[in-house]
Every structure is written in C-alpha cells, then in structure tokens.
Ligand binder design. Sequence first.
Ligand SMILES: [Zn+2]
Ligand SMILES: [Zn+2]
Length: 299
Amino acid sequence: MQSTVKDRIFDHIPPAMLVAVTCFWALAPEAVLESPWTLAVVSPLIIITVQLLEFVHERHQGWRLNRQEFFTDLFYVTLNATVIGWCVQVFADEPLTALKASLGLKSEWLQQMPWLFQAALVLFLIEFGQYWMHRLMHNWTPFWLTHAPHHHITQLNAGKGAVGNPIELFLISLSVVALLDFEPTAVLAGYSAITVITVFAHANVRSNPPIWYSFFFTTIRHHSLHHSTDYESTRCNYANSLIIIDRVLGTYREGEAAVVGQDDLRRLSIREQFLFPFKSIIDAYRARRSGETDATATV
Ligand SMILES: [Zn+2]
Ligand SMILES: [Zn+2]
C-alpha cells in the first residue's frame, strides 16, 4: 500500500516524542524538575497524547476504543499510578534503599557520567529486569497465571500496557535502580522513555517507526505479535521497550498481528482479571462446597 505524507509523519512521532520527553527532563527549570508532581503529570500526559493520536490515525478499526475499554484502561492507569506505585515504593524501593545504606553501597561515580548515558543506563537496567521477569512469566505457571490476564486483552490501545492482574503489575515494576546513585532527573528520564515506548507499543496508532528506531526500541509491530493468538509468537518479543534485547538473546521474531487475545478471544472483566491466578483454587473450593451440599441433600 502506498504510504501517504500522513503515514510518514506518524512514523516519526514515536522517536520525536522520545526525544521531546528526554529533552524535557534534561532542560526543564529546576523548580519543575524537583516537584514530586512532575512525573505524575508527564506520564498521564504521554498516555493521553498517544490515545488522542489513535483517533487521528488508527491502525485497526477493530481496536477502536469504546466506552467499556476506555473505563477499563482508565481504571488500570489510575491503579498503577496510585496503589501499585505505592506498593513498589514501600515493599521494594524503600527496602532496597535501606539495604544499600546498611551495606554501605555507594555509586556516586555514576553521576560523573554524561547525563544521557545515565538515562540510557536506567532505561536498560529497568528493561533488562523486565525482560527476564516477562520471560519467566511465560515459562513458569505460577507467574504465567499473573500475566495471562494481560494476554486476554482483545485489542490494543494507549492505556493497555497498564492492564493486568495487580500481582503482575507489581512484579513487572521491580528494578534495581534504587540501589544505585544516579542523577535523579536521569532516573525520571529513563522511566519516561519507557512510558513513551511501551505506550506506543500497545497503541492503535498507524505508525511504523524507521528501522533506526525499531531496531533498538519495541514497536506495535513487535508487541502485537507478542499478543497474537499464535502460541509460539507469544513466546518471542518479550522486551517491552528495548527489542534489541530480544535480538541479542535470540527471542526476536519478525511480524505483526491484527488479531490479539488468548484462548477463545473472550475479554475478561476487571473482576476476572483480579481473580485469575486464584481461579483453580476458587473452582476447587466451589466444587467441594457443591459436593457437600449434594451430600447433605442426599442425607
Ligand atoms: Zn507476555
Ligand atoms: Zn502487552
């Protein structure tokens, strides 16, 4: 199909937004950078912008956002920004910071490194951990049960990266960055870069970034294949933002999927997504209860 000027402009929006967000953290006034609210504004702003782009140049009509999908995505984006974020801080980052202090771990030398290098290293460290956590989730049943609800989504949209069982959302957010003494704005830049890349990798935007971007960073082509109905393809392209990791570790697969989902392609409700890992226990309990009721009725 002939690519239009609009297509070509949209192809360059993900790299342009990545550059813009990085420049923001590098150049914004001190007062803005020091405010704890800045990241809380930047992340939703990225999601809203990409969501709006879906309405301007959509990829698949079948993935168009409806009311039910919108409110589900909004619920999960809010859950991630509040409860999950709090849990990660209290149960992971703060204990790691305390461990770092008690062991006397110091890495201030990192702050002597160029700022952009620090931001890139933060991005790599978070993503390398996420890659292995994601791969583990696809290869060990207890972890898969937490990740499966994310694969039950039947369409991709800007907020869909946030949709999943809360245990998975917590596990995938773990990182070792709290153990290291990076420049705080470089850490925020790393997190924002991941947000830009992963939001685009889940979005229904007709955008196929150039190879100099898609060789290193995950795009909707890579990630839609990971969400496809083909079992073998779901066991590839684990990297949420740095697809280069899949290329290097041999788990990369070329392609794209328009039909996404799991099993019978039935979308799960939020309640089902929350209860999914415990489904077999709940079913066994119910079967036992109904067995007892039957026995009582017989007596
Ligand atoms: Zn997966
Ligand atoms: Zn996904």
